[in-house]
Design a protein around this ligand. Structure first.
Ligand SMILES: [Zn+2]
Ligand SMILES: [Zn+2]
Length: 859
């Protein structure tokens, strides 16, 4: 045991355990009778690298998984990979300088798969180095047929339940990515644009209209005014002509028109924004689609056909300025909807797409059966549910995604949805094994659209619980950890889909965590140059230090800032822990001995920290749990207990020594287990050297049922008071005093106090028979001077010559009478101090009051 190094070599210890650990101890046991604890972990997009934000979230999950495992639960901590979707496609397009349509579909998909596999390998490496207790026997990869068969079967089941349908409907469209996207994927940003005032001629004059999007003039299907707006009431029910394009549209009245915007007259286009869609439906207006899927003008735009939206806007404005149709322009601050992935302004196009029905009330009701931590995050879900106006558009005009298992009969147009037993399949590569049910033809067109990637990830809870693979699938799962940024997507869609497919809530609890911010307080991003990779921290301070940072910032729901100084502080704690272990290693022992008062006090403190940590872990307050452990280790164990019992530990063998050895062993053994969910490497190193077993197969510590020992606590405080006394008197800490008597009704043991004070200590009950003796007089010049002026010197001399006990008596009565040569003067009490000395049996002693105890020190 003597070869414990002085410095804690984190990289050597961490690397050793990363290689030595047997991860199969973390596998979920499908046959076990223990209560299950399944974590519906987020499958990350494997693009780029595993970053600090990922590390933070995975640490939280690991704290929970390890804690629950130690509590005896049958824990599943699966790892999924949400492969499909735009980020990877866009990346492949960037790397290869192509767009998806320039190479064959299969080739494009292969490039996406390769990029994803590389990223997964990088992520796995970082996760392993971070010491996560992931259950790799429950890994899932959404791009693999084993997973997407489930996505496809969920599609078919919901189709047959009438919850999925295909329809022409306005959708949010990204012209750059050339795909429909869902509402949850539209981001909003402020942009400055121009508001153009123009005239629409009518039979009885003209209407002035202001618009920021004159390129949508060919898509105009009506103009509208507010019914309360008297300025234009004569126009309602009449027609106006659309300038440049010269066709007539009706003038409607609608209370949703904002009379204070522009001129108060609004042009309704198909479609400028969501409000246009509402009016289009309410007033049953025709469709004029002026923009196509690629963001170019259609033939509806007449002379402007084939121009991009931007080009058309410029050309139309110029033409209207030339013809003096536009008579005024002013800047306008506007909220613009952007594609979440590529930030291109979205258009609203009417498209034939696949949709999932959204029932906001059912989602809210299901959500109420789930425990939300912190609770206010549920409001975000409910507000979103109330704001969703259209169903969830799930078809995407992309490639790298789960195929929609559908064909269309070329002869009669009949829709053929695959049977579940035919799946998985890609309709572009597989013909249906049946003929058209309507006309008997076997000539089919495959569905080329693919599914929104949230269709994959929204069945993650179902997939990990064994749904479709096992009769006894384990719904609901116990915990969903996730970020607050994906409540309207991942949380919302998972609740919707689980309820629709198996009619139950997906989880018992959802734990919403914050985001990792850079040292500058901004969201970490490469472009802001505040980006830290976990590998940098592994290199400098190790994984345990990073995990401590995560634990201490871990108040659920709050964002947490990455700070190197906290990593450094974490490192210092690891070194302190190591020093404690190094000191204790040759001294502690597991043995039978009757604990002393001080030992019982420490065991009581240990029980207390177990209780605090357990309660905090049960409510996911990782910061509280770890802080309690750290305070115990540093202040209670190292600064107090070890200092108190050093003399016993170094002393001769006997019951007192063995009690200290055993208590120290218990403390360090228990601490290793308490710390193991947070800092698994150093905990393992210490625990393994103590017991020869892995700490990660052990149970969570239970208290020994020790009440806090008041006598031991008192001894600890007296020891501190003696140390303080020596330091105030300028004495060395090991300086021997003539004798110490401790008076306390607790019947204090003296061994450890003798050790700390390096002096004889006797323990007594009751109070010492002491008296206070006046031993000197101290005149105060500052008070005397102004009163006695030139007499001051004589007054002071006289005071100093007086009997101190006499002065004390007179001072108590309010003033001290001093006799000078010829006169007597009265000195006010506040002008003189009397120096006293505590006396015991005729000897001068020093007295310390510590709680209920009195400590007499003979000099
Ligand atoms: Zn886009
Ligand atoms: Zn047919």
């Amino acid at each position: 045991m003597s070869e414990v190094s002085k410095e804690y070599n984190f990289s050597q210890v961490e690397e050793k355990w990363v290689n030595a650990w047997d991860n199969s101890i973390y596998y979920f046991d499908w046959e076990s009778n223990r209560p299950q604890y399944i974590i519906d972990t987020p499958p990350p997009y494997p693009t780029g690298d595993f970053h600090i934000g990922n590390a933070l979230n995975w640490c939280y999950m690991d704290f929970v998984a390890r804690y629950k495992r130690m509590q005896g639960f049958n824990v599943m901590f699966p790892q999924g990979w949400d492969c499909h979707g735009l980020p990877t496609e866009v990346k492949v397009e960037e790397i290869n300088h192509i767009t998806k349509n320039e190479i064959p579909r299969e080739e494009f998909r292969r490039l996406c798969e390769k990029l994803t596999e590389e990223a997964i390998a990088r992520f796995r490496k970082s996760m392993t180095r971070l010491g996560l207790s992931i259950d790799w026997s429950n890994e899932y990869i959404t791009m693999s047929p084993q997973y997407y068969v489930k996505t496809q079967r969920s599609f078919v089941q919901m189709y047959h339940k009438g919850l999925i349908y295909r329809e022409d409907h306005p959708v949010n469209w990204c012209p750059r990515c050339t795909t429909a996207i869902a509402f949850a994927e539209v981001e909003y940003d402020q942009r400055t644009t121009t508001l153009n005032y123009m005239r629409f001629p009518a039979k009885i004059g003209h209407l002035e209209i202001a618009t920021s999007r004159p390129e949508l003039l060919p898509a105009c299907v009506a103009v509208a005014i507010n019914p309360a707006d008297d300025r234009y009431k004569d126009y309602v029910g009449k027609e106006v002509a659309v300038p440049i394009f010269n066709y007539k549209v009706p003038v409607l009245s609608d209370p949703a028109v904002d009379a204070s915007f522009g001129t108060g007259v609004v042009m309704i286009c198909t479609f400028g924004d969501r409000q246009d869609v509402r009016w289009w439906v309410e007033h049953d207006l025709p469709l004029r689609q002026a923009i196509d899927r690629n963001g170019r003008m259609t033939d509806t735009a007449q002379a402007y056909q084939n121009l991009s939206v931007k080009e058309a806007k410029e050309a139309i404005i110029n033409d209207m300025l030339d013809r003096e149709i536009i008579f005024k322009q002013e800047p306008l601050e506007q909220n613009v909807g952007l594609c979440w992935r590529c930030k291109t302004p979205i258009e609203i196009l009417s498209e034939r797409q696949w949709f999932v029905k959204i029932n906001p009330e059912e989602i809210k009701k299901t959500s109420e059966k789930i425990q939300w931590i912190p609770p206010h995050m549920e409001t975000r879900l409910k507000n979103w549910a109330d704001s969703v106006e259209w169903d969830w558009c799930i078809s995407r005009q992309r490639i790298f995604a789960t195929p929609i298992p559908v064909w269309y009969c070329r002869s009669c147009g009949e829709v053929l949805v695959a049977e579940e037993e035919w799946l998985p399949l890609d309709p572009n590569r597989t013909k249906p094994p049946v003929k058209c049910r309507n006309c008997g033809s076997d000539d089919f067109l495959p569905e080329e659209d693919v599914l929104d990637t949230w269709m994959d990830s929204s069945i993650s809870a179902l997939a990990v619980s064994g749904w479709l693979d096992r009769q006894d699938y384990r719904m609901p799962t116990q915990l969903r950890p996730q970020g607050h940024d994906i409540i309207r997507t991942w949380a919302f869609y998972t609740i919707l889909r689980t309820k629709a497919l198996v009619d139950i809530r997906p989880w018992d609890t959802i734990l919403v965590n914050g985001m990792a911010l850079g040292e500058d307080g901004h969201k970490m991003s490469k472009s802001l140059n505040n980006f830290i990779r976990p590998e940098e921290v592994f290199e400098v301070n190790g994984a345990d230090a990073l995990r401590q940072w995560a634990a201490l910032g871990g108040t659920p729901g709050n964002d947490i800032m990455f700070q190197w100084k906290e990593i450094t502080a974490a490192s210092r704690f690891l070194q302190k822990l190591w020093s404690i272990y190094r000191f204790s290693s040759p001294l502690m022992a597991k043995t039978e001995a009757v604990p002393s008062q001080v030992d019982r006090w420490l065991q009581g403190e240990l029980d207390q920290v177990i209780k605090t940590a357990t309660e905090a872990m049960d409510s996911y307050k990782f910061d509280e749990a770890f802080r309690a452990i750290r305070v115990f280790t540093w202040e209670v164990l190292a600064d107090n207990y070890i200092e108190l019992v050093k003399a016993r530990l170094y002393g001769p063998d006997g019951p007192e020594k063995r009690a200290a050895q055993d208590t120290l062993y218990k403390a360090i053994e228990t601490l290793s287990r308490l710390m193991s969910p947070f800092i698994p490497f150093i905990s393992e190193e210490i625990y393994y050297s103590l017991t020869g077993q892995s700490v990660h197969s052990q149970g969570w510590p239970k208290g020994m049922g020790m009440e806090p020992d008041l006598a031991g606590l008192q001894i600890k405080d007296i020891a501190a008071a003696i140390r303080r006394y020596k330091s105030e008197k300028g004495l060395a800490l090991n300086c021997q005093l003539a004798g110490i008597s401790v008076y306390s009704d607790l019947g204090l043991e003296t061994t450890d106090l003798q050790g700390v004070a390096n002096s004889p200590v006797e323990s007594k009950t009751g109070k010492p028979d002491i008296e206070m003796r006046a031993t000197g007089v101290k005149p105060l010049m500052k008070v005397l001077g102004p009163i006695f002026k030139d007499k001051s010197g004589r007054v002071i001399k006289a005071l100093s010559d007086m009997d101190p006990s006499q002065v004390a008596l007179m001072k108590a009565s309010g003033s001290v009478r001093v006799v000078l040569e010829s006169e007597a003067v009265d000195v006010p009490a506040q002008a003189v101090d009397v120096v006293t000395q505590t006396m015991f049996s005729g000897q001068a002693v020093d007295l310390l009051n510590v709680g209920e105890s009195m400590v007499l020190i003979k000099r």
